[in-house]
Ligand binder design. Structure first.
Ligand code: HEM
Ligand code: HEM
Ligand SMILES: [Fe+2]
Length: 471
């Protein structure tokens, strides 16, 4: 670690991991509720658990991206963070707003929460992923503004690398598109149209820039490959991501009322979306193969390669499965959607945050060459258990989805099974989902354990890990 202000990343990462644990607990609860609808009754109904599960996910991704940026940007810009104090204040504001909102979801009925927070004055609540009370949304905007400002000022006063520029573009886009969460038109079509601007111009647009920048940073560090070489790859990947994703997002406009040309525009452009994800796989493996040094932090390299592969599977392969309009006509809103949503979110964004943590936490703890062999071994177990658990969840839901389409969607009216009868028929796949969910949770616990395993034998530096590293 070169700059003291990079240490601000630590609380962000730790809090992100706490929220991650919470997300998984609520995932397991819902997995159980799918089998026994009364589980958790009357304290935590499914709708509240779902909201908590998905909102924790989004919020821990944001904490993760912020921590990653606070670590990465000073090092790339070769200067201290513009304002460490502002970064600390932002952290606490975000923690308080986040915790209060989650407690609100759990402690009072949603309609009551809307009433308490005066949703009627400026109605923005009630839409998937954007359930936050308006006041929380305003808080998120303020946090994002202060964060982007801090990062931008740091970049402005220091070295302007391609990685920093791509990252700040992605972060600014993240803040910008979130503003559409305040637009809540009466027309359901218009509402859906702009709702997708937030979540899917994020995951299929600007977040891919963040993903590319973080991967490139870790790869430079662990492989020692020339920066120029890595930057060329990054340019091509983000260009492909934006060309395909911005219009490819139209795969969500097939059935919600926008003009019919979206049928072929959405199909065509989203069919190209796997390309940048595939290039990330080539990129990661090629850089590791051409490495100029043997970095002691082997597991961080594994995370980087794993992120590329799992993101390609989840977003590229599982996304492509149902993205063409003639296929999506049958699969829309089935368990196939949930299969893809899980593998894509985990493979791309959860994993890239853990990749950054894996590389940077040991450095911040004074171990620039990574944790001890033993700690890395435990972390490797965590990595594989989580990956296998998530692949298992994905396969179970894919099978459930295909069966659901066969029973409920393909047969003619009159012969098709009803929604609930279909759910009963595919229940065995939900048992499998829960079992793999438990495996996934075991992976999370193992991963957390790797942080407390003894680090005897790992090269330690003095004074909070400040060291003269090159590259
Ligand atoms: C890392 C990137 C991605 C993430 C995190 C992601 C996540 C998600 C999530 C959570 C949903 C469900 C949304 C909802 O209805 O609540 C979804 C839907 C969808 N995604 Fe992705 N996605 C990604 C990339 C892609 C790509 C690259 C494609 C196409 C190649 C794709 C195709 C689709 C389609 C077609 C749907 C709609 C499914 C339906 O009609 O029910 N996604 N995605
Ligand atoms: C123990 C592991 C997990 C279990 C059992 C689980 C279970 C569930 C369930 C039951 C739902 C609701 C689906 C529905 O409404 O029908 C859900 C939604 C969701 N979960 Fe998980 N989850 C787990 C872990 C994760 C992880 C690690 C991620 C991402 C990193 C994730 C991302 C999502 C997303 C994006 C949705 C919304 C999907 C959509 O709109 O289609 N989950 N999860
Ligand atoms: Fe999408």
């Amino acid at each position: 670690m070169k700059y003291e202000s990079q240490l601000i990343a630590k609380p962000y990462f730790i809090f992100a991991m706490i929220l991650f644990a919470g997300q998984v607990i609520f995932g397991l609860l819902m997995g159980l509720q799918y089998l026994n609808g009364d589980a958790g009754f009357p304290y935590i109904p499914f709708n509240a658990a779902r909201m908590v599960h998905t909102n924790l996910l989004i919020v821990w991704m944001l904490f993760g991206f912020m921590g990653a940026s606070y670590y990465l940007v000073p090092e790339e810009a070769e200067t201290e963070l513009y304002s460490p104090v502002l970064a600390k204040i932002t952290f606490w504001v975000f923690v308080v707003a986040g915790v209060a909102t989650i407690l609100g979801y759990l402690l009072v009925p949603y309609a009551e929460l809307a009433r308490i927070t005066k949703n009627e004055l400026f109605p923005t609540m009630g839409r998937e992923f954007l359930e936050q009370p308006t006041i929380t949304k305003i808080g998120i905007v303020l946090v994002c503004l202060s964060f982007v400002f801090n990062i931008a000022m740091t970049i402005l006063k220091g070295r302007k690398t391609v990685i920093n520029m791509v990252l700040i573009t992605g972060l600014a886009g993240l803040a910008l598109f979130y503003l559409f969460s305040f637009y809540n038109p009466d027309s359901l079509t218009m509402d859906k149209y702009f709702w997708w601007f937030v979540v899917h111009l994020w995951v299929e647009g600007v977040w891919e820039l963040i993903l590319g920048a973080l991967l490139a940073f870790v790869l430079i560090k662990v492989t020692g490959v020339d920066r120029e070489h890595i930057e060329k790859w990054l340019y091509v990947i983000i260009a492909m991501a934006l060309i395909s994703g911005l219009i490819g997002m139209g795969h969500h406009y097939f059935w919600v009322g926008p003009p019919r040309y979206w049928l072929w525009m959405g199909s065509f452009f989203s069919a190209l979306e796997p390309v940048p994800f595939f290039m990330m796989v080539l990129f990661a493996f090629k850089m590791v193969k051409e490495r100029r040094r043997e970095h002691g932090n082997k597991i961080a390299t594994t995370w980087a390669q794993g992120t590329a592969v799992m993101a390609f599977l989840g977003a590229g392969v599982w996304g492509f499965l149902h993205t063409l309009a003639p296929v999506n006509y049958y699969t829309h809103g089935t368990q196939l959607t949930a299969a893809h949503g899980h593998l894509a979110f985990f493979g791309a964004y959860a994993m890239v945050v853990m990749c950054m943590i894996s590389y940077s936490m040991p450095v911040m703890n004074g171990r620039p060459q990574g944790n001890s062999a033993q700690a890395q071994k435990v972390e490797r177990w965590g990595f594989w258990l989580m990956c296998i658990g998530m692949l298992g969840i994905t396969f179970a839901l894919t099978a459930a989805g295909i069966w659901q389409v066969a029973l409920q969607r393909i047969p003619d009216a009159g012969e098709a099974l009803s929604f609930m009868a279909t759910q009963d028929a595919i229940a065995p796949f939900y048992v499998a989902r829960l079992l793999f969910g438990l495996l996934f949770a075991a992976g999370v616990i193992t991963y957390f354990a790797s942080f407390v395993v003894a680090n005897r034998g790992a090269k330690q530096t003095s004074s909070e890990g400040l060291t003269e590293q090159t590259a």
